[in-house]
Design a protein around this ligand. Structure first.
Ligand code: ADP
Ligand code: MG
Length: 249
């Protein structure tokens, strides 16, 4: 059963997940997960590999059947209008020799004319405005296969921000990004969140980033294990048990 509806759970609650369960075949991938994300919040979803993080994101996106309720509300969201969700998937790989450029990718996603005819001037200007949001104008003509991990994430982020969403969901945006790039990307997400008043839900294994950037950390392992401030979750007994760690950070 899938029950996705838009309701008024108060202006401060943007995404509300109630008793969400996902089964694949006979396996319980997620069981009884409940979670609230407030407007403008940055929420980090953590858990070991195979915990069901990507599955939860896909259920929210409507790409995976689930039981339970996923509901949205946002200030200014007109009655019965579905919220806009921007999604950055987990590390898509591009062939290093592929001639497709950043402009081609945007033209393919945003335009109506066949990409082999080339993007017109108007499209080029539109894509430049999208790339400006991630300070990536210089990436316009770069080939996708030639982008660094951090550059690719910025391009995918720019794509997810057009049109501007109510909620931005990112699946492991920091994987494949070097240490300097991680800080830059997190600063950028923080800036975008404030500038466009978005809620962000992202999965990550980079726990060192959490105290600085996350308003809320949610630890799942097929079910909800614990949630709270980064400091509280990372120093919890549950965190130690799930990750078999001695110290929190
Ligand atoms: P995470 O993102 O936390 O690493 P996933 O949500 O990708 O975990 O996967 C959770 C579990 O669901 C894993 O055991 C995985 O093998 C299983 N799973 C995910 N997608 C499928 C699928 N399409 N078919 C079968 N099993 C799947
Ligand atoms: Mg995953």
């Amino acid at each position: 059963m899938k029950d996705l509806h838009i309701n008024g759970c108060g202006d401060s609650c943007c995404l509300k997940i109630q008793n969400l369960s996902v089964k694949i075949g006979k396996d319980d991938i997620l069981k009884d997960v409940s979670l609230h994300i407030h407007c403008g919040e940055m929420v980090a979803l953590i858990g070991p590999n195979g915990a069901g993080k990507s599955t939860l994101l896909k259920a929210i996106l409507g790409q995976r059947e689930y039981e339970g309720v996923v509901s949205f509300s946002a200030p200014g969201l007109r009655h019965k209008r579905a919220p806009r969700i921007g999604y950055v998937p987990q590390s898509p790989a591009f062939d290093p020799g592929d001639p497709v450029s950043v402009l081609d990718l945007f033209a393919c996603c945003m335009g109506k004319r066949p990409v082999f005819l080339g993007a017109g001037k108007k499209m080029e200007e539109k894509v430049l405005r999208c790339l400006e949001r991630v300070h990536g104008e210089e990436l316009l003509h770069k080939r996708l296969g030639a982008l660094s991990g951090g550059e690719l994430q910025r391009v995918l982020l720019a794509l997810a921000l057009e049109p501007l969403p109510n909620i931005l969901i990112l699946d492991e945006p920091l994987s494949g990004v070097d240490a300097e790039g991680m800080g830059l990307l997190m600063d950028m997400l923080d800036e975008i969140r404030k500038k466009y008043d978005l809620s962000i839900l992202m999965t990550t294994h980079d726990f060192d980033m959490l105290p600085r950037y996350a308003d809320q950390v949610v630890l799942i392992n097929h079910g909800l294990v614990c949630q709270g401030s980064a400091e509280a979750v990372l120093s919890s007994e549950s965190f130690r048990q799930v990750f078999h760690r001695k110290g929190g950070l």
